[in-house]
Design a protein around this ligand. Structure first.
Ligand code: MG
Ligand code: ZN
Length: 197
């Protein structure tokens, strides 16, 4: 199977420094949901991994976060896009959890749930911590310039091999122009290592 892991705010929907606190504040970036539909048509499973520290800060609760994700799913479905699952970290930076990006905990959970290796899996984000979270476990980091992406590019220090595209649609154009790479189903890592050698 082919897998892609997406950050949410600034990749799929417009970001806000004030947090996305309600379904009304969740507004798709033009072309992002259509890009996800194209990934689905090409056989990709699309999973979201998102830091949502607004929960820990008391800006919104899990019920509201679920309502926001209902809107995401239903707007996606309207254009034929299917998001497999949304993994979120509800913690604050000083909670010292394992799931808040740049830690790779959420990505490892995704790999475990889907029983795949993260080696070579595209991981798309607009913040450095999205790329760092993916880089450690072997994902290929993709920076988009939507959301905080321009700022992230200016600050630099991106993980080696980070690919930069204007937006998610640009990432998808590039991915679909490549010969498809299957995410390796475990336990077949030996074969993967041989192929990468
Ligand atoms: Mg983001
Ligand atoms: Zn967490």
């Amino acid at each position: 199977m082919k897998l892609i892991i997406l950050d949410r705010d600034g990749v799929i929907n417009q970001d806000s420094d004030e947090f996305i606190k309600s379904p009304d504040e969740w507004i798709a970036i033009p072309g992002s949901l259509e890009a996800i539909a194209r990934l689905n048509q090409a056989g990709y499973r699309v999973v979201v991994a998102t830091n949502q520290s607004g929960v820990a800060r008391g800006l919104f609760d899990i019920v509201t976060l679920n309502a926001i994700h209902q809107k995401l799913h239903s707007e996606a479905q309207r254009v034929g896009a299917d998001i497999d699952a949304i993994f979120f970290c509800p913690h604050a930076a000083d909670d010292n959890c394992d799931c808040r990006k740049p830690k790779p905990g959420m990505l490892h959970t995704i790999a475990k749930r889907l029983n795949v290796s993260l080696k070579g899996v595209p991981c798309v984000g607009d913040s450095l911590r999205d790329l760092q979270a993916g880089y450690g476990p072997g994902c290929v980091p993709y920076l988009v310039l939507t959301g905080k992406g321009e700022r992230t590019r200016e600050k630099g220090g991106l993980p080696p091999g980070t690919l930069v595209y204007p937006d998610l649609a640009g990432v998808v154009d590039a991915l679909l122009a490549q010969p498809p790479k299957e995410a390796e189903e475990l336990p077949s890592q030996k074969e993967g290592r041989r192929r990468n050698a």
